[in-house]
Design a protein around this ligand. Structure first.
Ligand code: DGJ
Length: 718
């Protein structure tokens, strides 16, 4: 593994676990030659892509597509010089190879824990005329088929430059024009639905212009061979570690070359680069799989779970929580909260989370964001007292915040009306009766830091839910000069990252969970600071099958918050059995979000069993390898399974939304087992070979009724 360089032909061979990525400098340009199955270290890789000599740039498979000199496809960057021109020519100057992976200052990124697990290639390109140097960074991991890419622009000239566009990665692939695009699309409470469509001449873009990654499209795209399915076929994944406006382009040119590029959205963006300064793009993580979408997902899961998520909770089993949002909404007091916590303690629940409504005068969603002081009407003895009471019942205490927001109706807004994003003389658009604080300003972040850190110090808090319930509008800052206004969208995200870094570093014992009206900011950027996310405000078990299936395309199961809620479901009005709600939520990072005091005795017994079972299975669910077996997007059934690293244990979930009359006998073909091991199911009966279970399937017993769910635990002989 590593980075092999042929100094004569200027060929760079990046070898990951089972894949290779090859770049060659030709006529001064870094040319993309190959990305796919691993090539031999001693292979002759000279002009692998059969680059036509003296071709226009438009036909050159480039590593970082030039702008302004004859490549008419989507450029990787665009820069304006002081004279108004936009032409630059990036020519190869040199390279460096670093052991390990340097962090990206101020930005989330995947990391290496030791110098031996990764190598980083830095290609240096320069535009002599302007004095601009561009560094293309490629980190290749020994243990993953993953390459992390980012770019740094350094203005070494004498005049100011203006960056108009700066993608993080761009790859020109040959013979892929018949491939298909796979991505995640949705809406609030319907996040992460898997979409797949053919590509063809012309371009397709998925993007966000909302100031956050968004419910609508996730910052991820994969190119999959038409034959690729869950288990086989070539897939190229592109995931962007960023939480604001992004764009991912797939463009097929007239010569059959496919350019995939991903990075900051050039929409409403520009960055001034004075002489001597530099700009670092966020990072894109590219994953190669020759084993279908399932294998791609498992690479992302492990890489993101162990080399993106950080902190004391990264490898720990996550607590089973109960959250009071759907139980009480804004209508609660300390006694009510304590009664839910008390019921939780009886059931074996480990963490109580107090959601929205505990501060200011927050009795509905029209007021008080920014006034992070407990409401003594609801909590007469204060937060600390409540937290201690909950602790004394054996549960940890967690608290909800929405720190990026301000209500017009708040002390904070009255004191600092210019602290929100806005444009002078224009209306301030409200969503959910709230405005967005201007996190591009240090003083705003410092103020919020002061309020939050005081509470974190005074109250025995173990968990924080960091919510964010609207997109960005009137993106402007009272603090920035006119020429910097186009930087504000990105500076907002950088400011958010800075505050999160500060708080998570200072309070490492706190487990942070991200949230954005559910999954509106379920992206790798947030996972760097907060190792779990509230996946969707939709807690209906049937809807969750699709949402959790789709989310698992990229994101590790340990990051996917999943709760059992009441029926009829508050989002769709559906009645599903408690068993199914439990099984769906136990397929993720498990909790409850309903009034536990209202359970009947029979329900209590079911829940006690769920809680006890999850404690036994959670390390397998949260840290095992996930195999998706039946897609909810194709019919009424869904199935997925989790396998331990040593393959001695597995857990299979099967769901059937609607009963089928006269259905044939049902078996599900399992994956990921050891064909040579024998497994016993649920500790009973016969021993079945891993080969049989994978080739002939696991029998699902016949049962009638809708909303069926089953969990099977498989153990091999010790
Ligand atoms: C949106 C979140 O997704 C919900 O879980 C809840 O915390 C509400 N906000 C509270 O306002």
């Amino acid at each position: 593994m590593g980075i092999l360089v042929n100094e004569q032909s200027l060929t760079f061979h990046l070898q990951a676990k089972d894949s290779s990525y090859v770049i060659q400098v030709i006529d001064g340009y870094p040319v993309h030659h190959y990305w796919g199955k691993k090539l031999r270290s001693d292979s002759n890789l000279n002009n692998l892509a059969n680059y036509p000599e003296n071709a226009f740039l438009d036909r050159l498979p480039q590593e970082y597509a030039q702008f302004g000199s004859g490549d008419f496809r989507q450029p990787a960057y665009q820069i304006q010089l002081e004279d108004g021109s936009r032409v630059t020519e990036l020519v190869y100057k040199g390279y460096r190879i670093l052991a390990g992976k340097p962090p990206l200052e101020g930005l989330p990124s995947v990391y290496a824990e030791s110098d031996s697990e990764a190598r980083t290639l830095v290609l240096e390109l320069e535009d002599k005329y302007s004095g601009l140097t561009v560094y293309l960074n490629y980190t290749v991991y020994e243990g993953f088929d993953a390459i992390a890419r980012s770019v740094r622009f350094a203005n070494g000239g004498k005049r100011q430059l203006r960056l108009l566009h700066a993608f993080s990665a761009s790859v020109d692939m040959l013979n892929k024009s018949d491939y298909e695009m796979v991505y995640l699309a949705g809406a609030w409470s319907r996040e992460a639905h898997v979409r797949r469509r053919p590509i063809g001449p012309g371009g397709s873009r998925i993007e966000s212009r909302r100031g956050m990654s968004g419910h609508q499209l996730n910052p991820f795209v994969a190119l999959a061979s038409p034959k690729a399915d869950e288990d086989q076929g070539e897939v190229f994944g592109f995931s962007f570690i960023y939480s604001g406006n992004f764009a991912a382009d797939v463009e097929v040119d007239p010569f059959g070359s496919t350019r995939v590029s991903i990075g900051l959205n050039p929409f409403d963006f520009a960055w001034n680069l004075p002489a001597g300064e530099s700009f670092q793009t966020p990072e894109a993580v590219m994953v190669y799989s020759n084993g279908g979408l399932g294998d791609m997902s498992r690479t992302y899961h492990k890489l993101y779970r162990t080399r993106l998520c950080r902190g004391a909770h990264r490898d720990k089993e996550r607590p089973i929580l109960v959250n009071n949002w759907e139980a009480t909404y804004f209508d609660f007091n300390a006694d009510k909260i304590e009664s839910i916590a008390e019921a939780g303690a009886e059931l074996g629940i480990e963490l109580f989370v107090l959601d929205d409504g505990w501060f200011g005068k927050r009795n509905d969603d029209t007021t008080s964001l920014g006034d992070w002081f407990e409401d003594r009407n609801k909590l007469p003895n204060g937060l600390k007292d409540l937290a201690e009471r909950i602790n004394s019942r054996g549960l940890k205490f967690g608290l909800w915040f929405e720190p990026e927001m301000v209500s017009r109706e708040s002390e904070l807004y009255r004191a600092h009306p210019d602290w929100c994003l806005h444009v002078e003389g224009r209306r301030r658009t409200e969503f959910r009766t709230q405005l967005v604080l201007d996190y591009s300003r240090q003083e705003v972040r410092d103020y919020i830091y002061g309020l939050l850190s005081r509470i974190f110090r005074e109250v025995p808090i173990s968990y924080i839910k960091w919510d964010m319930n609207r997109c960005l509008t009137e993106v402007g800052s009272a603090d920035a000069p006119p020429e910097r206004q186009l930087e504000i969208g990105h500076r907002y995200v950088l400011g958010l990252y800075e505050l999160l870094e500060r708080l998570t570093a200072e309070f490492p014992h706190i487990l942070f969970e991200g949230c954005c009206s559910g999954g509106g900011r379920f992206d790798p950027g947030m996972l760097y600071y907060m190792p779990q996310t509230w996946t969707s405000d939709d807690t209906d078990a049937v809807e969750r099958l699709k949402i959790q299936y789709g989310t698992s395309l990229v994101y590790p199961i340990s990051t996917i918050g999943a709760h059992v809620s009441a029926v009829p479901n508050h989002q769709v009005g559906r009645y599903t059995p408690l068993e199914m709600r439990g099984d769906v939520a136990m397929s993720g990072n498990f909790g409850y979000e309903l009034d536990l005091t209202k359970f009947t005795d029979e329900e209590k017994e079911i829940v006690k069993k769920q809680v006890a079972t999850y404690k036994e299975i959670r390390s397998l669910v949260q840290q095992g390898d996930q195999y998706r077996l039946i897609s909810p997007f194709e019919g009424t059934e869904t199935s997925w399974m989790f396998v331990s690293e040593d393959k001695k244990e597995a857990l299979v979930f099967y769901f059937r939304v609607l009963a089928e009359p006269s259905a044939p006998p049902k078996s599900v073909l399992l994956r990921g087992l050891d064909p040579n091991l024998d497994y016993q199911i649920d500790g009973e009966g016969e021993w079945l070979g891993g080969d049989r279970l994978m080739q002939a399937g696991l029998k699902i017993e016949h049962r009638t009724g809708d909303y069926l769910s089953r969990m099977y635990r498989l153990r091999s002989r010790a």
